[in-house]
Design a protein around this ligand. Structure first.
Ligand SMILES: Cc1ncc(COP(=O)(O)O)c(C=O)c1O
Length: 381
């Protein structure tokens, strides 16, 4: 189906920076620089500077960034790793693949880890915590780091959705032992295919990720130190990502402007919860613009009928999938979120006109449903 307002527009994204992208690709290919060359080192250096860490190690996905970071802090059989129930399955799969047990806890209204639930979930077996900075918003990291410090636990940030977001001026992925990023094409910094990175200030973590991504081999000596993985960030990808990283600050500004336009258009609708949360310390990058309503499915169908593409992350909690063999953690807020969330079109290419069309469609939906337009909703931001 061709949408009047697409969720994202990868063709327009490419068109706007085509010359730079094409040059990066042809330059890399014509030099024959395919594996572990200068383009990768340059991107890693620029990414580390952007995040605010000493090191960045390019890998082939956010999943592998998480898996390697967990291995770096020694997570394994007999350990528990605490993360949230409201995240992409890869966060939890990375824990499961180390042999550790995932302990899933509740999120707060802003879809991020609840520090009180974290404290309550810590046991003698807890090895690490993975706060997930969802939708472009950093968790309350000062509280989470304080709790981790008190119990001597490693913190691995799942920052797959939050490159460029900040808390108290500090970048996502620079608080814990490691930060994990995804460059899946539709992320704020999206590659040509899968990609990811580990950021860290710890040279031992950087070295381990560097070895594990290349089958355990130290490229300087040719010695194999571990049974590793084939999980390198390709050079061509790094060259393209390096080009895009230069645009990221302006893309994030654009996303924030689009979020403001949505807010202006939707704030009076009763029963609609918008992603503008209290917390003067957060600088949100709006990877996703997620709204909440009890009438989610009807609203989504109505938007579709108007030619507006939306997504739902995620319609079912991951423990409901039998094949994942996860215990039901009985997270009621997470269950409600699954029933109520809907993500509106949001990207660096989303236009004010597209927001206007989307806002009108949502206003019409609620007006036709007889919802009063009010300024006194308890959940309104
Ligand atoms: C919160 C979160 N964690 C982890 C991942 C995994 O990243 P990747 O798809 O690059 O493996 C994603 C990507 O979708 C994500 O959104």
């Amino acid at each position: 189906m061709l949408y009047r307002v697409p969720f994202i527009d990868p063709r327009e994204h490419y068109r706007r920076i085509k010359d730079e992208i094409d040059f990066a690709i042809t330059d890399t290919l014509s030099k024959g620089d395919l594996v572990l060359r200068q383009q990768l080192r340059d991107f890693e250096q620029h990414l580390a500077e952007f995040v605010g860490t000493k090191y960045a190690v390019g890998v082939n996905s956010g999943y592998h960034a998480l898996h390697f970071s967990l291995l770096a802090v020694g997570a394994g059989p007999g350990d528990e790793v605490i993360t949230v129930g409201h995240t992409f399955v890869a966060t939890v799969s990375a824990i499961v693949h180390t042999g550790a047990k995932p302990v899933l806890i509740e999120v707060r209204e802003d879809y991020n880890m609840d520090p009180a639930a974290l404290e309550a979930a810590i046991t003698l077996r807890t090895k690490a915590i993975i706060p997930v900075h969802l939708n472009g918003r950093v968790c309350e990291m000062d509280r989470i780091m304080a709790i981790a410090g008190k119990h001597n636990l490693a913190v691995i940030e799942d920052a797959a959705q939050s490159l460029g977001a900040k808390f108290k001026g500090q970048g996502a992925g620079s608080f814990g032992t490691a930060g994990c990023f995804s460059f899946y094409p539709f992320k704020s910094l999206g590659g040509l295919g899968d990609g990811g990175a580990v950021t860290t200030n710890d040279p031992a973590v950087a070295r381990l990720a560097t070895l594990l991504r290349f089958n355990g081999e130290d490229r300087q000596t040719g010695d194999f130190h571990y049974h590793g993985y084939t999980a390198l960030l390709d050079n061509v990808q790094a060259a393209v990502l390096d080009v895009k990283l230069r645009h990221l600050p302006s893309w994030i500004n654009h996303r924030r402007k689009i979020a403001t336009l949505y807010r202006q258009g939707l704030k009076e609708i009763q029963g609609l919860r918008l992603p503008h949360f209290p917390g003067e310390w957060n600088f949100d990058s709006y990877q996703n613009y997620v709204i909440r309503t009890a009438r989610r499915d009807e609203l989504r169908q109505s938007l579709k009928d108007d030619g507006i593409e939306t997504l739902v992350h995620w319609a079912k909690p991951m423990w409901s999938y039998e094949g994942l063999k996860l215990e039901d953690p009985e997270l009621h807020e997470t269950l409600n979120i699954c029933r109520e969330v809907i993500s509106l079109p949001m990207s660096a290419e989303t236009t004010a006109e597209q927001v206007e069309i989307t806002v009108k469609s949502i206003q019409n939906f609620f007006a036709s449903q007889g919802a009063a337009v009010s300024s006194s909703s308890a959940h309104r931001p």
